[in-house]
Ligand binder design. Structure first.
Ligand code: 8DG
Length: 313
C-alpha cells in the first residue's frame, strides 16, 4: 500500500498535523494529511487530490519536494509512507472530512502523539542536512582550540555535531560537551557523544549519543528518552533494520566513497547507498569520503544529507 503524506509548512515553519478519526486504523493518533494512491493514479496526483478532499487546498504538484519514504509494517498491513514537503498552496485549510487539525512547530511535536510511521518523518523534518564529526587524531592538548571551533560551528548554524575524540579520556569529552551546552541549547543544536550513553544521560537535553555498531547490536531498546537524539553507525541493511527497531532518530551509513581512514574497505557507492536508504525506515546520512558539497547527491539518493570530518570545519 503506497500512501502519500503532505508535510505542509507555513511561513513561520509550523507543520500541519491532522488527527485520525475514531473507528479508523490508528484512530486518535496524529498524521500528515494525505492518503492511499488509487489504482492507476500517479503518486503526486494522489497527494494533490487528498489535500483537496481533506483540506480544500490546491497544491501545484511541481512545487512539492520529496522529504523521505518510510517502509512500515502495522501488524499484517505493509505500507510505504511517501512524505513530500509542501511550502505553497492556495486556499485556507478547512476540515472537510471532520478531522481535527493543528499547526505546530516541528520542535514542539511530541513524537508519541504521531502514528508510529510518522515519527521518522518528523525527524527528517527536524534534522539538518549536515553532520560534522570531530577528527579522530585530535589530542587533549587541543581542548581550547576545539572548544572554540565547536562554538563557532554552532554560532554559524550547525545543528548536529558529533564529539568523537578517541584519544581523550571520557571525562574530558563530557567536560567539553558540558562547556558547549549552554550555547547549544540556546541555538537548538545537539551534541552527540560517540558511544557514551551514560555521559548523554548525565548531561541531558541538548546532548545525544552516536551508537557504535556493536552497541546497537547489543541493545534491545532505545537508550535515551525521545527528547535526546540517538544516531547509529551502520554499514548494511541488517544494521539499518536494527537501528529502526531501537527507534533511533537517524543512521549514518558508511563508507559511501573511499576514505583516507579505511582505504581497504570497499565503498558502497551512491547506487547501493540509494537502495539501502530506500529500504530504511529512518533518516540516513552518507558517511565516508564525503565533503559538504556531496549533500545534494546524498539527498538525490534519498538520504538526509552528509556526515564527515574533512571539509566540515
Ligand atoms: N494519510 C496518512 N496515512 C498514514 C500516515 N501515517 C500512517 O501510518 N498512515 C497510515 C494509516 C493507514 O493505515 C494508511 C492509509 O491512510 P489513509 O488515510 O488513506 O487511509 P484510510 O483512513 O482511508 O484507511 P482505511 O482505514 O480506510 O483503510 O496509512 C500519514 O501521515 N498520513
Amino acid at each position: 500500500m503506497h500512501v502519500m503524506a503532505g508535510v505542509m509548512l507555513d511561513a513561520s515553519g509550523r507543520v500541519l498535523l491532522a488527527q485520525r478519526p475514531p473507528g479508523k486504523h490508528l484512530a486518535g493518533l496524529w498524521e500528515f494529511p494525505g492518503g492511499k494512491i488509487d489504482p492507476g493514479e500517479v503518486p503526486l496526483a494522489a497527494l494533490v487530490r487528498e489535500l483537496r478532499e481533506e483540506l480544500g487546498v490546491d497544491v501545484d504538484a511541481a512545487t512539492a519536494v520529496p522529504l523521505i519514504r518510510i517502509p512500515w509494517r502495522y501488524g499484517d498491513r505493509d505500507l510505504l509512507l511517501d512524505a513530500w514537503q509542501i511550502d505553497r498552496w492556495q486556499g485556507q485549510p478547512l476540515s472537510l472530512e471532520g478531522q481535527a487539525w493543528q499547526w505546530i512547530a516541528p520542535d514542539h511535536v511530541d513524537p508519541a502523539i504521531l502514528a508510529p510511521a510518522d515519527r521518522p518523518i518528523l525527524q527528517a523534518l527536524r534534522l539538518p542536512s549536515r553532520y560534522p564529526i570531530t577528527p579522530a587524531d585530535v589530542e587533549l592538548s587541543a581542548y581550547p582550540l576545539w572548544l572554540a571551533r565547536l562554538s563557532q560551528a554552532i554560532e554559524r548554524g550547525e545543528r548536529l555535531l558529533q564529539l568523537r575524540l578517541p584519544l581523550w579520556p571520557v571525562e574530558s569529552v563530557r567536560e567539553l560537551a558540558s562547556a558547549l551546552l549552554p550555547l547549544a541549547r540556546r541555538c537548538g543544536a545537539s551534541l552527540l557523544l560517540n558511544g557514551d550513553i551514560e555521559g548523554a544521560r548525565q548531561l541531558g537535553l541538548g546532548v545525544g549519543v552516536q551508537l557504535q555498531t556493536r552497541q546497537c547490536r547489543e541493545l534491545s531498546e532505545r537508550p535515551l528518552p525521545l527528547t535526546q537524539l540517538v544516531g547509529v553507525s551502520c554499514h548494511n541493511e541488517a544494521e539499518l533494520v536494527q537501528a529502526s527497531r531501537l527507534q533511533a532518530d537517524f543512521a549514518m551509513l558508511s563508507p559511501v566513497a573511499v576514505t583516507a581512514s579505511h582505504p581497504d574497505v570497499p565503498p558502497l557507492g551512491w547506487s547501493r547507498f540509494g537502495q539501502l536508504v530506500e529500504r530504511a525506515a529512518l533518516p540516513v546520512y552518507a558517511l565516508g569520503g564525503m565533503m559538504p558539497v556531496d549533500g545534494d547527491r546524498a539527498r538525490d539518493a534519498g538520504g538526509q544529507g552528509v556526515a564527515g570530518i574533512r571539509g566540515f570545519w
